[in-house]
Write a protein that binds this ligand. Structure first.
Ligand SMILES: *Cc1c(COP(=O)(O)O)cnc(C)c1O
Length: 223
């Protein structure tokens, strides 16, 4: 890829419906590259490791209108720190984690926005609720009053063809509708966080409102 980060961002942004928020996934990306993305108009960034993120967020304090989205697996001993740096948590994947975040948020007088991570198909590499587990836990989740539970997040298993990927995204949207029909006081699913560099167009077809793109904007990450 010879085009610049700036050019790639404008190209992707141009192709998105106005209902879709682009989150630039900046894990393993330098602060300089994040500044370039900011200059191209990005205000939402996603990170997946607390230690790496905290150092970069501190470095970027002068860009005060960035919204930081945590998209990785959150270990409970890092939850408190995470709450002071991130406004969104896309990967809340268990009742236990939700309850811990809720307690810490209450103590810290913050009200983070949360997506519940769901696993539509069995996948040993991913965490998250199965559909039936999530439906069972809703009543307890609804008691987490310091969390603004506003979305579902999903990542399809690696290697699915497009029709199966589309079906995962569609089932996530249907699950959101089912949850909203329960009319819970504290859970309104307005956001579907789904779609990465390889499948975001399918996710948008299925109603994604937040897409999380790394590689297509910043280039290939070193492993
Ligand atoms: C790394 C990551 C992304 C971005 O993936 P790309 O394929 O580089 O676009 C999106 N979501 C999550 C949860 C990730 O960990």
């Amino acid at each position: 890829m010879n085009s610049s980060i700036h050019e790639r961002i404008l190209k992707v942004q141009d192709s998105l419906p106005s209902t879709v928020k682009l989150i630039a996934v900046s894990k393993k990306v330098s602060v300089a590259a994040i500044r370039e993305a900011y200059a191209a108009g990005i205000r939402d960034f996603g990170e997946s490791r607390i230690q790496e993120a905290v150092a970069k967020i501190d470095d970027l304090k002068d860009l005060s209108d960035i919204t930081w989205h945590f998209i990785g697996h959150l270990q409970s001993n890092k939850a408190k720190k995470a709450l002071s740096y991130f406004q969104w948590f896309h990967s809340v994947d268990s009742l236990k984690l939700a309850q811990r975040l809720n307690l810490l948020a209450q103590e810290g007088r913050t009200t983070p926005k949360v997506c519940l991570q769901v696993k539509i198909l069995p996948d040993p590499d991913k965490s998250g609720w199965t559909i039936s587990q999530l439906l069972e836990d809703l009543v307890e989740l609804n008691l987490c009053k310091s969390l603004q539970i506003e979305g579902l997040m999903t990542i399809p298993p690696l290697g699915l063809d497009s029709s199966k990927t589309l079906s995962v995204f569609n089932k996530t949207r249907e699950l959101a509708e089912k949850i909203d029909n329960r009319k819970l006081s504290n859970i309104k699913i307005k956001q579907l966080s789904m779609g990465m560099s390889g499948d975001y167009q399918l996710a948008i077809q299925s109603g994604a409102t937040m897409i999380r793109l790394g590689t297509i904007l910043f280039g290939k990450r070193d492993l």
